[in-house]
Design a protein around this ligand. Structure first.
Ligand SMILES: *Cc1c(COP(=O)(O)O)cnc(C)c1O
Ligand SMILES: [Zn+2]
Length: 414
């Protein structure tokens, strides 16, 4: 059993179960498997006077002396769906607004814990491979920690996401090819210079443990465990975080059940969903990425064990994996923006698209309660290459133009 709050915390290989030193994050030295920290034991009391996720100091590998790193990550609200429950055909639909984390994505939960590790180990720098959100998150927390950050991104990264990382002063480099090439470069640089790798695959088990906070929070926010928790999946660390948190709480009798997890990928890069559909136990790396949904586009080339572990976890919850088309994810993002007031990137909206599709297929029943994790803010992927709207010279012209809009016309009679 790992010592809560201790950085000597031993990881455990998800394939061969060998214990692993997590001081220098990487995959299992013996078999290449993904490493995670074992579940923490019977719940320790939460420390209510520490900020954000540091409240869970007893359950996460953080210690109070790094709480100054907090920027208010975690504690994201859960709200009922207003206008999209009908669209999905699910009566009891809720959203966890994890896009409201400090840098605009749930990645902050992992980065905050990983950065605390880097600070405690007096690392000279941190490095991360990222399709976008981990980049901004790493750059922001590195700025706060006073550590240099090296951020590697695939060449086709959305410019807004690179801009965020650069705004915080990170050294940003784009790597030719898809995400897996970027991943390999970060791992090589971390190994060569002893930098802490904050890439949000399973490469850093200490950082990944920070994602359990999403599950602890949900369990506290909901009266009963939901039927389903919907999680967009790249490699799957957030699935691990939520499932592990619920398992710990179930083990100690604090929740009645572990909810089913619906993991969601993009059709053009769906290694885990494809293995689920085949009934396979092992996930194979994805060869040709054909999706624009970069936030969840991880071919797992070089580390398919991440996907194999995620697949196992999803099955163990009685859940399912789904894959959605880019157009479906974009449509769900539009629905969230138009009908809920929530500006969410397509990679995160993919979850809502999957709720609708899996409801139609019968995987989800209409009377089951569903919580969708909204993992990333839409602002970083918003195109600024748009018409900012017509310029008017007076109110008469305004009235004429506004009456042309059916939703306004009736209220503008006379
Ligand atoms: C990284 C990311 C995911 C995928 O999460 P993993 O835990 O890496 O599988 C989902 N949604 C968004 C918006 C992300 O940035
Ligand atoms: Zn191993």
């Amino acid at each position: 059993m790992a010592q809560p709050g201790s950085f000597a915390a031993l990881g455990e290989c998800t394939m061969c179960a060998r214990k692993q030193d997590t001081a220098f994050p990487d995959y299992c030295a013996h078999c290449g498997g993904s490493v995670v920290l074992p579940p923490t034991g019977p719940a320790l009391p939460d420390t209510t006077d520490l900020p954000g996720m540091w409240r869970y100091t007893g359950r996460l590998p953080v210690t109070p002396d790094t709480a100054w790193l907090s920027m208010g990550e975690g504690d994201s609200p859960v709200v009922p769906a207003a206008g999209t429950a009908d669209w999905c055909g699910v009566e009891r639909l809720q959203f966890k607004l994890d896009h409201l984390n400090p840098s605009g994505s749930f990645k902050d939960r992992a980065t905050a814990v990983g950065m605390a590790q880097a600070v405690r180990q007096r690392a000279s720098a941190v490095v991360c491979a990222s399709s976008g959100n981990a980049a901004g998150s790493t750059a922001a927390y590195a700025a706060r920690a006073g550590l240099p950050a090296v951020v590697l991104m695939p060449e086709a990264v959305p410019p807004g996401k690179a801009a965020v990382a650069r705004a915080h002063g990170a050294a940003v480099l784009r790597v030719r090819g898809d995400y897996s090439n970027t991943f390999r470069a970060a791992r090589e640089l971390a190994g060569r210079f002893g930098w802490i790798n904050l890439t949000t695959t399973f490469v850093n088990p200490v950082a990944v443990a920070g994602l359990k906070s999403a599950g602890y929070e949900l369990a506290g926010q909901l009266a009963d465990p939901p039927g389903w928790i919907v999680v967009p999946v790249g490699a799957g660390p957030l699935v691990h975080g939520i499932a592990t948190a619920y398992r710990e709480l179930h083990g100690s009798g604090e929740v009645a059940a572990v909810p089913r997890i619906l993991g969601v990928q993009a059709e053009g890069c769906a290694p885990v969903a494809e293995a689920f559909a085949r009934g396979a136990d092992e996930v194979a790396p994805w060869q040709h990425v054909r999706t624009r949904i970069s936030a969840i586009s991880d071919p797992l080339r070089g580390y398919p064990s991440d996907g194999t572990y995620t697949l196992r976890l999803v099955r163990e919850t009685g859940g399912a994996m789904a894959a959605v088309a880019d157009a479906e994810a974009d449509e769900a993002a539009n629905q969230l923006a138009y009908r809920e007031g929530l500006l969410i990137e397509s990679g995160a909206a993919a979850g809502l698209a999957a709720v609708r599709a899996e409801r139609e297929r019968g995987t989800i029943r209409g009377d089951e309660s569903v919580v969708c994790m909204l993992t990333g803010h839409g602002i970083k992927t918003l195109s600024t290459d748009v018409d900012p709207g017509p310029v008017i010279t007076g109110t008469d012209e305004a009235v004429r133009r506004l009456r042309a809009r059916t939703e306004l016309a009736e209220g503008m009679a006379g």
